[in-house]
Design a protein around this ligand. Sequence first.
Ligand code: SF4
Ligand SMILES: [Zn+2]
Length: 112
Amino acid sequence: MPACPRCDRPISSSAVRCPHCNLELAAHGHAGMVLHRATDSTPLCATCAYEADNSCTFPKRPTAMTCTLYENVQAPPEPAREEIYRIPWQRKYSFQIALLIIIVLSLLAVSL
Ligand code: SF4
Ligand SMILES: [Zn+2]
């Protein structure tokens, strides 16, 4: 069970606000909208990819302590689509392998 970043008490993973200290946990009242929060006195912008490439237009920049768009510039890159959906060759060619086995067995049966 997750804990509140302010009071460290257990909270529901779908909580929009902490029921103990009333800290806002999700942006704009939507549980699915992640509100990133600085863990110390350093603003999120200092490690944000949008600050690094100078593409952020949020008015809170460069001192945002909370942000919905924060992307850690040091986060590992997202895996490529081909890596996510890689199919093992045995599965990819299972039909061809099965067909080849049937043909070989048929040829063996004919030759006997
Ligand atoms: S997206 Fe948010 S954290 Fe990133 S630079 Fe803009 S305001 Fe800062
Ligand atoms: Zn709390």
